[in-house]
Design a binder for this molecule. Structure first.
Ligand SMILES: [Zn+2]
Length: 254
């Protein structure tokens, strides 16, 4: 599900040309490593890699020397140029996070790993509560720990009487609530996604590092993540105050 999150490019002002996933589900530095290593503009935004001429977007030299050192590097560069040929920036639109939910259960939760014979049945329980078998549905939504996180975030934003029914309904309830708060177009599902993402990240950290954690840490990390996402799509960088954000998050998404 989360691999499907990418930046939908608008004017390209705030998206990193090499490091963000905006053209594909992988960054250009991963797709074209030889060209990336030759580029002198490793931290440039998409917008600064080209310019408008007579209302037509033209890419510049991407900070790459005129001729590449090896044939493989030259092929890599040509393939990148070919890929960029189909891209046109939209000066009137801001860059925004785009995500595509998948209807099926594709997160490598323990129930799937068990079904594939990767783990044994004694290791299939949920990392958060330790009581039920870990599935995506359980881990992200139904687990007693996740439920507390969702409820705390719901009460933070003033979403009353939130109750989980199923993923589709849950997404719609949160999406529509944010829409009613008049968040800017394209960001309606971002809070829902940041809660899912934070719970999934917590789960992985518990497995990989066996770190100590608390529900309040996770609630804080949801807010912090959603606060950072609020910068995306904003051209001017003013008023980025986390504590002000926690008092009135929708102001940052207006
Ligand atoms: Zn659980």
């Amino acid at each position: 599900m989360f691999q499907k999150t990418l930046i939908c490019i608008g004017n390209g002002y705030i998206t990193s040309f090499w490091h963000s996933c905006w053209k594909e589900e992988r960054s250009l530095k991963e797709l074209f490593p030889l060209t990336f290593s030759s580029s002198k503009l490793k931290n440039a935004s998409v917008a600064s890699m080209g310019g408008w001429r007579d209302d037509v977007w033209e890419w510049g030299d991407l900070g790459i020397p005129f001729s590449m050192e090896t044939e493989a590097a030259e092929t890599d560069r040509q393939q990148l140029c070919f890929k960029l040929g189909s891209v046109c920036l939209r000066p009137e639109a801001r860059d925004r996070v785009r995500w595509l939910a998948e209807p099926d259960d594709r997160l490598p939760t323990r129930d799937l790993l068990l079904a594939r014979g990767i783990i044994s049945p004694s290791f299939d329980s949920c990392c958060l509560c330790g009581l039920k078998r870990e599935s995506m549905n359980h881990l992200l939504f139904k687990c007693t720990v996740s439920s507390v996180i969702w409820n705390k975030i719901a009460s933070w934003i003033g979403l009353v009487d939130y109750k989980f029914k199923d993923i589709g309904n849950c997404f719609l309830v949160w999406h529509n609530f944010c829409k009613k708060q008049k968040v800017r177009a394209g960001t309606e599902g971002s809070l829902w996604l940041s809660v899912c993402w934070s719970i999934w990240k917590l789960r992985n950290e518990i497995i990989l590092r066996n770190d100590g954690w608390s529900v309040s840490d996770i609630v804080w990390s949801v807010k912090e993540l959603w606060w950072r996402w609020s910068f995306i799509g904003k051209i001017t960088r003013t008023n980025y105050n986390f504590f002000e954000f926690t008092n009135d998050p929708f102001l940052y998404y207006s």
